[in-house]
Write a protein that binds this ligand. Structure first.
Ligand SMILES: [Zn+2]
Ligand SMILES: [Zn+2]
Length: 439
């Protein structure tokens, strides 16, 4: 019997006052745990299983799933998506719906990001449960209740059901392509920024914050980085740490009811690259790799911000001279349709209002020491990040992922327009120093 460790968080009694619940029933991680599939299916009284895979994940786990089901006389239908490149769009979701066997009452998907997202949508529509057999520890959506999709050629997030059970067989995960392993730890490195900004948003905007959830994430990041060298050697313990961290991140978003524990400025870098990719055909890399570059770039921003002293006069002067329509035009020109959407969203949110600016500025000025303390506590120094990134061979700059280094600054400026969330670019803008940031 393999050792089974569970990722759990207290459901009730948290000091933040929120009940931390997740609809994921079980997370099973370890060597050979794929063999527990029949036992898991029994829990759900599954009559017939719909097995979903693509050409790669079929080889990685789908084939094994089918033989386990056959050996245990469990009825199943297999659908292997044949496209060479699968995007989580209408066509892909449609093809799975069209191949779904209506006698099946549960889905077992072999995959990670894209197939996981497609399964989330299909399972939500069909009101059936699903179990994911992870084939790569590449992103943190395993336990989340949203799918990252492309709808009408736009990157969107759709609320969905969660997986009932997440199975991470470390033997399968460790054999994933190295770029996917790097993507997974990249999505964990992002948490340096997301936790810092969650705390800053709590301080500056009085946003909800839970120290319990934040400290679980911090520990998960530490488990990953302590094992960084092991990851590139495909050490199963290191792979397990990344997988557990990713699952925990997805859960943490549900526990908190917001994406704060897992995403901040660095994820918006990634969003913008995704949006530009769809609109302008610019290069797009794995989600977590993009987040790692976003993390490094955001760390450079905080490194500059913490050396400044906020000035009310400077901030107000910058506010008064800021030309929002001109900025929106620049956004639309640079990002395309996604940029135009940001303008429409601002018409509802008023992120740039004078009232919000003055409120934020008051806190920034009166609590600047605390802001610097949070940045120093949460984000490693550039020197520490350099060492870690070099061990992993992780991209740091835009040119490391096929983009233009000269674009780092405009992408950073655009991160404040993605959502109404307090992030580094908003802080720099509120302080009136955004023009001084050098990337
Ligand atoms: Zn809490
Ligand atoms: Zn992510």
């Amino acid at each position: 019997m393999n050792e089974i460790k569970k990722i759990t968080l207290p459901e009730v009694g948290c000091s933040c006052g929120k009940a931390h619940r997740s609809t994921v029933d079980d997370v099973i991680v370890g060597k050979g745990v794929i063999n527990r599939l029949p036992e898991v299916l029994k829990r759900y009284n599954a009559k017939k299983v719909f097995v979903l895979a693509d050409k790669n994940t079929y080889k990685a786990a789908g084939e094994r799933i089918c033989s386990i089901l056959s050996d245990n006389n469990i009825a199943h239908t297999l659908y292997v998506m044949q496209q060479d490149v699968i995007e989580p769009n209408e066509e892909a979701v449609g093809s799975v719906v069209m191949h779904f066997d209506h006698d099946c009452d549960i889905t077992v998907v072999a995959g990670s990001g894209v197939l996981g997202d497609i399964t989330k949508i299909v399972s939500t529509i069909r009101k059936t449960k699903y179990i994911i057999i992870a084939t790569a520890p590449s992103m943190d959506g395993f336990a989340s209740n949203s799918a990252s999709v492309i709808r009408d050629n736009l990157k969107e997030s759709i609320y969905t059901c969660t997986a009932s059970v997440i199975i991470g067989d470390t033997e399968i995960l460790a054999a994933a392509p190295m770029r996917m392993l790097l993507s997974g730890i990249g999505d964990m490195l992002a948490k340096y920024i997301s936790i810092c900004e969650w705390k800053l948003a709590n301080l500056v905007c009085s946003d909800y914050y839970c120290e319990g959830v934040a400290s679980l994430i911090r520990q998960a990041v530490k488990d990953c980085t302590d094992n960084a060298k092991g990851l590139i050697e495909r050490d199963e313990k290191a792979v397990e740490a990344v997988f557990r961290g990713l699952v925990l991140s997805g859960k943490a978003m549900m526990y908190a009811g917001v994406t704060r524990p897992a995403s901040g400025t660095e994820h918006y870098f990634s969003h913008i690259w995704d949006m530009r990719g769809l609109d302008k055909g610019t290069p797009v890399d794995f989600h977590g790799i993009q987040c790692a570059v976003g993390t490094y770039q955001t760390a450079l921003v905080y490194d500059q911000l913490k050396k400044l002293t906020p000035s009310r006069e400077k901030a107000i002067k910058h506010f008064e001279s800021f030309d929002l329509p001109a900025w929106h035009k620049k956004l639309a020109d640079y990002i395309g349709v996604g940029g135009e959407m940001m303008k429409k969203v601002e018409e509802k949110e008023h992120k740039y209002s004078e009232e919000k600016h003055r409120e934020h500025l008051d806190v920034i000025i009166s609590k600047w020491d605390e802001i610097i303390r949070i940045i120093n506590e949460e984000i490693p120094s550039i020197n520490e990040l350099d060492k870690l990134y070099d061990v992993l061979g992780m991209p740091k700059k835009l040119s490391d992922i096929g983009l233009d280094d000269k674009d780092a600054y405009i992408v950073f400026c655009a991160t404040k327009d993605v959502r109404d969330k307090y992030v580094s670019s908003k802080l720099a803008w509120d302080m009136g120093v955004i023009d001084e940031i050098i990337l």
